[in-house]
Design a protein around this ligand. Sequence first.
Ligand code: PEP
Ligand code: MN
Length: 368
Amino acid sequence: MFTLDISSIDSWLPSSKKPLVIAGPCSAESEEQVLDTAKAIAESADISALRAGIWKPRTRPNAFEGVGEKGLPWLVNAGKAINKPVITEVANAQHVEKALKAGVDMLWLGARTIVNPFFVQEIADALEGINIPVLVKNPINPDVQLWIGAFERLNKAGITKLAAVHRGFSSFEKSVYRNVPMWEIPIQLKSHFPEIDILCDPSHIAGNASLIAEICQQALNLGFTGLMIESHINPTLAKSDKEQQLTPSNLGAMLNALKPKQTHSSNLKFQNKLEELRLKIDEVDNALLKKLAERIDLVAEIGKYKKDNDVSILQIERWTEILESRGNWSKILDLNPHFIKTILEGVHQESIKIQTEIMGQQTKVDTK
Ligand code: PEP
Ligand code: MN
C-alpha cells in the first residue's frame, strides 16, 4: 500500500490555542470587505490563518463566481494587516500560478476538484517542487479512495505539508444539513493514514449558521485537529453562502463556548477504567463473532437442504418476517431498529452469497 510522507500541521501552521482555526469569508468580494472581515475576526478570535475564495466553483453559471485574480492582493494584504498566513482555493494550474505569484501562503483544493483526478493531477504538476501547504477537501461523494488518491498525487509531486478538510457529502436524502457529515468517511481516512491532520469545515456541512456550533463540537469530540469556518463582516450582504456565514463576533463567541478534547488522558484512574471497559468490549465482540459463525453454519446447512429439495434461495416471506420480528426485538432491547436493520441486511446478503455458492456446487456423481 502507498504510504504518505506528511509533516504534522503543527510544524507548518502553528496554533497557540486548540483547536486550530482557519476563518474568513466564503468569497473575497471587495478590498474593504476582506480587510474589515479579517480585522474583526482577529479581534474576536485566535485564528491561525485567513481564508477567502477568489475563484468560486458554483453549480449554476449565473451565481457569483468570485472576483478572480484581482482579489488576490486584497487577501494577501488583509493577511499582512492581521499578521496571519492566507489561504485560497485553486481549481487548475492557472489558479496555482496566479496565487503563488500574488504571495498566497497556502492553498486548498475544493470538493468539486477532488472528484476529478485530471484536475488534481494538473494542480499537483503545477506544484511540483514547491512545498506549499495544501489542504485537501473531501470529494462531493462519499468515496474515501478518491480522497486518498488526491493525497497520493500531491504527495508524489513532493508536497508534504498536507492536511484534510471534512466538508460533508452530497445526498439525495432530505436532511437538516447542506452536506451530510457521514463522520465515518473521515474516520476511514484517518485509519488509512493516522498521520493526517483533519480539519472540519462546519460551514459547508451545515449550510446555515445555527448548526455550526454543534458540528464543531462533534468534530472536537472525534479528535479533529481544527476547524475551517466561514465568517463575513456582514453575512446578510454576502454574495455567496450567506446563510452559513457567521459574523466575526459570533465566531468568537461560538469558539469560546466549545469544549476542547484531548486525544489522550494521562490520568491513571481514567486509563485503568478505560482498559477495563475495553476488555469487556473485546469479550462481547468475541461472543458476537462466535454467534455469527454459528449462524453462518446454519445458513449453509439450510442452503444444502434447499438444494437437495430444489427450493429457491430467497424466500421473501421469511425475510420480511425476520425484519419485522427483529425490529420488535430491537425495541424491547432498546436498540435503534435502523441500526439493527442495517446489520441484518449485511448478514442476509452474506447468507444469500453462501447459499448461492452451495446451489452452484456440482453434485458429485459416483462413477464407480
Ligand atoms: C468553500 O470553501 O468556499 C467551498 C467552495 O467549499 P467546498 O469545496 O467544500 O464546496
Ligand atoms: Mn462557501
